[in-house]
Design a protein around this ligand. Structure first.
Ligand code: FAD
Length: 475
């Protein structure tokens, strides 16, 4: 029997997985996951992301086992490890779903080249994005820099329906048990979970990192909250958003699955009391948020160094503070990280992040703006902190959004937009429920004085930004 390998990466699901389907249709399938922390340019995962990955792999293994497909775990440089495994197994083919980051594409490209030289069948598929970056360009053939025309162009199309799971019994578990052989490592040996200290209690209480949980969240969201999404999505004191971001990040649910379920809701299929009636803007606004995810990935594809280099080069000379710039810098940065800035909405968000690995989108914008514009720090310091602490830490969405807030990115916030955390709190957390949930000592003497004066620091930022003065340019 042919041995076909499916290489899992950020697509940790068995349904709507074209690479898995292809492997299962081509002889006996074996699944592989490679923990690659060493290939050139591959960004090591942050702490919260590792926690998620551990659980997602356990879930994937049990889903694959039910199909009779063994999951092998290997560690090392992706191209080399995969080549060795294919050779040892005597495999005839390898399948994967495409990735869009620069270093990842280099790894995959090298493997494809090797496979072609060796006479192995290698095939890749579209699974993580509704639109592959090279398929969407302006009339002049350039990538879009502005979201609205991007979305106008791409949202006019429909997409393929989600694919099913492979039939059970197409894997090699029955006649060959590589899991017990030396080819696979123990998940526990990767030490992805924190032990001393075990800081993951809040994550465990908050999240179920399984593909089944993603489907349940989607169903619940579409049966109710999506109707009010256009308003409620800005309210950190309400459950107005889908909470799907980590599942999309890890590919436990695909954008095709979300889009198809949403389309059914929009056509009236599953609309219920939540009011997804005709004319409700909620579903369209939600669809456009999926569009922002795509827009971020397209940016990363065209700018592989999005996490480190300003998209707008005029920002290269901007006088941002670093962590060592002045005496106060390390202390102020730590105060922001741990939610002790004396600005309640910022502190609530940073504590939410630290405890449960996420932060409401509105508060992400406010906390990021405060770090960059009121404290004057380089956006890369905030990006790195989010990368380490978010369960949805995403190689594209995280830097793209940080650059958006800083003003250095695509379709960026204008330089004069400096979120005022006090008025933002009044508007989006009017009863103070969100803030008091995370900052219970707010009205006591234990709560610190503000690190900076909001008005003065705003004026300072405007003066610095005045030297740059960017405006969004439509292309
Ligand atoms: P919903 O409101 O239900 O939206 C549905 C989906 O659309 C999300 O799950 C997400 O996949 C996508 N989406 C929504 N907003 C955005 C956006 N602005 N950019 C890109 N995709 C979006 N999102 C991440 O997935 N990973 C990150 O690392 C990340 N870092 C961010 C950093 C900053 C400074 C900011 C301001 C935003 C960041 N976001 C990031 C975007 C956004 O905050 C989260 O996607 C959102 O809060 C997730 O909650 P949800 O799943 O309930 O979203």
């Amino acid at each position: 029997m042919n041995v076909s390998v499916v290489w899992f990466r950020d697509d940790l699901r068995v349904a709507d997985n074209p690479a898995l389907l292809a492997a299962a249709a081509d002889g006996g399938a074996v699944a592989l996951y490679v923990l690659d922390e060493v290939s050139d340019g591959i960004r090591p995962l942050g702490g919260a992301a590792k926690w998620w990955l551990h659980h997602a792999l356990k879930d994937l293994r049990s889903e694959l086992n039910a199909l009779g497909i063994p999951l092998l775990l290997c560690r090392g440089p992706g191209t080399k490890v995969t080549q060795e495994l294919l050779t040892t197994l005597g495999a005839t083919s390898i399948y994967w779903n495409r990735r869009y980051g620069g270093p990842e594409r280099a790894v995959d490209g090298a493997l494809k080249e090797w496979a072609q030289e060796t006479g192995l069948h290698a095939e890749s598929f579209q699974a993580s994005l509704l639109h592959e970056p090279w398929t969407v360009t302006t009339g002049a053939g350039n990538p879009y820099q502005v979201f609205t025309p991007f979305w106008r162009t791409v949202s006019a199309h429909d997409f393929r329906a989600p694919l099913g799971k492979p039939d059970a019994g197409r894997g090699l578990t029955g006649e060959f048990s590589p899991e017990t052989s030396l080819m696979t490592e123990e998940l526990e040996s990767w030490a992805l979970l924190p032990t001393s200290p075990d800081w993951a209690g809040g994550l465990r209480d908050t999240w179920r990192p399984t593909a089944a949980a993603a489907q349940e969240l989607l169903t619940d969201f579409l049966q109710g909250p999506v109707g009010d999404y256009s308003d409620a999505r800005d309210r950190p004191d309400q459950h107005g958003t889908s909470r799907l971001s980590p599942y999309l990040r890890w590919g436990q649910i695909s954008p095709f699955q979300v889009w198809a379920a949403l389309a059914e809701t929009r056509s009236g299929g599953t609309a219920t009391a939540g009011g997804v009636g005709a004319g409700s803007p909620g579903p369209s606004v939600f669809a456009s948020e999926l569009g922002w995810r795509e827009f971020c990935w397209h940016q990363l594809f065209h700018h592989p160094d999005l996490a480190t280099v300003n998209l707008r080069s005029q920002f290269d000379t901007f006088p941002w503070r670093t962590a060592e710039d002045d005496e106060l810098a390390p202390e102020q940065l730590a105060a922001w990280q741990h939610g002790r800035t004396g600005i309640p909405l910022v502190d609530a968000g940073q504590r939410e992040l630290w405890h449960i690995g996420t932060m409401h989108n509105r508060v992400r914008m406010v906390a990021a703006s405060f770090l960059i514009k009121n404290l004057g720090f380089d956006w890369r310091l905030g990006e790195q902190w989010f990368w380490d602490t978010l369960v949805d830490a995403d190689a594209a969405s995280n830097p793209a959004n940080w650059q958006w807030v800083a003003g250095s990115g695509a379709d960026a916030a204008p330089y004069f937009r400096i979120f005022n955390p006090v008025t933002q709190a009044k508007k989006f957390d009017p009863m103070g429920r969100y803030v008091t949930a995370w900052v219970p000592e707010l009205a006591t003497e234990q709560y610190p004085e503000p690190l900076v004066d909001l008005q003065q620091s705003r004026r300072n930022a405007l003066a610095d930004y005045a030297s740059i003065k960017t405006v969004s340019t439509e292309v």
